[in-house]
Unconditional design. Structure first.
Length: 440
């Protein structure tokens, strides 16, 4: 019976979470309890080794730097300037405000790599404007939530920085792999909004021309002044990683310096804002690293207790084909996204699933991008739906929960289309990493 003990770890951890125990403590308590049963006092040595491995992993130093970058960008006023620079070109399009919102979310996602912050900042700025021009409330909700969550699937992404060491894969390869799927998903969002507002003009009315409409030259000037600095930061951060000039940690440090520089450039820097950004960085990083430590101990006991070997032998007995196994894993991730936040899903399932998909003959980088897309879907799917919690915090009372749930549905469908595209054409993920490998 003891050989089946690792399989009871997941139900035990979930039971503690549903009883209200914080995710990190639930996983740590489960790891300690099952570790003592399986290994006795020797589990302490295993825990010390895992703690040492985690604390000496230099890639994870990128996490606080990316979090700090996102926190400083919130203080810089960059959202107002980005919206102005983008909206002057899209305002005459059907659904132009919603299109500008998604484009701004893409730039934000490529700037900071932090999910949540984008949705809050963009929501505060764009919701009142879209309501003023009579936009459909469900479209407003779906646009803000789906656009704000693009930080999961568009590089650089804090999620990928955490996933790389857990899956024993290069963070650079994962970032290369997520480029095309990420921009495919964003492109589908933009196409959906445009088509919807052409077919149903009331959903996103065109903004009528104004007497003081800026000239073409003035538009170029506004765009140059407001869009070039953040794009330069994106090139410095993302470009340095993809070109192989810098590791993710070094690139995150470049971005952190750039974010302080942008805040100063736009006249929004103060010692108070710097203090608040540092404090937020400490809080968010402490949460991520604590849960990451708990997940590392949890998976260490699961794997050390023979969980992976047992899972492999059971799958062999069921005689599942590789594609049936992959479908089962994606379905489990979809269900997990209903109840767990992204870091819990990553820490619990990624170390278990990656060895299994590798044995099944699949590319682990490709699987990790599928994993990211499922995380993105979980971000919008109730009852957890973190995107709705962020939106509820910034939305006015006239936008109801019903509007939010209705607005989510089409965008979840577009995420499923992205998933199907990546499943059908793995080259969407594998092509860029292979090209980068050839250039190294």
């Amino acid at each position: 019976m003891t050989e089946y003990l690792p399989f009871f770890m997941l139900p035990a951890a979930f039971a503690l979470m549903f009883l209200g125990v914080q995710v990190g403590f639930a996983m740590m308590l489960t790891a300690a309890g099952f570790g003592l049963i399986t290994f006795g006092p020797n589990v302490i040595h295993q825990f010390i080794e895992k703690i040492d491995d985690l604390s000496s992993n230099f890639v994870l130093a990128a996490v606080p730097l990316f979090v700090f970058m996102g926190a400083m960008l919130e203080k810089s006023g960059i959202a107002d300037r980005l919206f102005e620079a983008i909206h002057i070109w899209t305002r005459r399009l059907p659904g132009g405000l919603a299109i500008a919102t998604v484009l701004m979310c893409i730039v934000f996602a490529a700037s900071s790599g932090v999910i949540g912050a984008t949705e809050s900042v963009v929501g505060l700025l764009t919701i009142p404007i879209m309501l003023r021009y009579g936009y459909n409330k469900a479209l407003i909700s779906g646009t803000i939530c789906a656009g704000g969550s693009l930080g999961t699937i568009i590089p650089p992404s804090v999620v990928v920085v955490v996933m790389g060491p857990l899956a024993n894969l290069s963070v650079g390869d994962l970032m290369y792999g997520m480029v095309l799927p990420g921009f495919l998903m964003a492109g589908l969002y933009l196409a959906y909004i445009l088509v919807l507002c052409i077919v149903k003009p009331d959903a996103g009315p065109r903004i009528p021309p104004e007497p003081d409409e800026p000239s073409f030259a003035q538009k170029l000037g506004i765009t140059t002044r407001n869009l070039i600095p953040p794009l330069a930061m994106i090139v410095a951060v993302l470009g340095s990683i993809l070109a192989g000039f810098a590791s993710p940690t070094e690139a995150a440090a470049i971005g952190a310096v750039f974010s302080v520089g942008l805040t100063a450039l736009y006249g929004r820097f103060s010692w108070r804002s710097l203090y608040d950004s540092l404090l937020k960085t400490v809080r968010v990083t402490a949460m991520i690293m604590f849960v990451l430590l708990a997940g590392t101990l949890f998976t260490g006991v699961f794997i050390g207790g023979g969980g992976i070997n047992l899972a492999s032998s059971m799958i062999s007995e069921f005689d599942l084909s590789p594609w049936a196994l992959l479908s089962l894993m994606l379905f489990i991730l979809f269900l997990a996204g209903f109840f767990l936040d992204w870091i819990s899903v990553v820490l619990i399932f990624l170390p278990i699933f990656v060895p299994l998909v590798t044995v099944a003959g699949f590319d682990p980088v490709w699987f990790c991008i599928l994993f990211l897309i499922m995380l993105q879907t979980g971000y919008l799917t109730p009852p957890m739906a973190p995107a709705i919690f962020y939106l509820r915090a910034v939305a006015p009372p006239e936008i109801t929960m019903r509007d939010m749930y209705r607005g989510m549905v089409p965008f979840i469908g577009l995420q499923v289309v992205t998933l199907a595209s990546v499943l059908m054409w793995p080259q969407l993920v594998t092509w860029l990493p292979s090209v980068a490998m050839g250039l190294r």
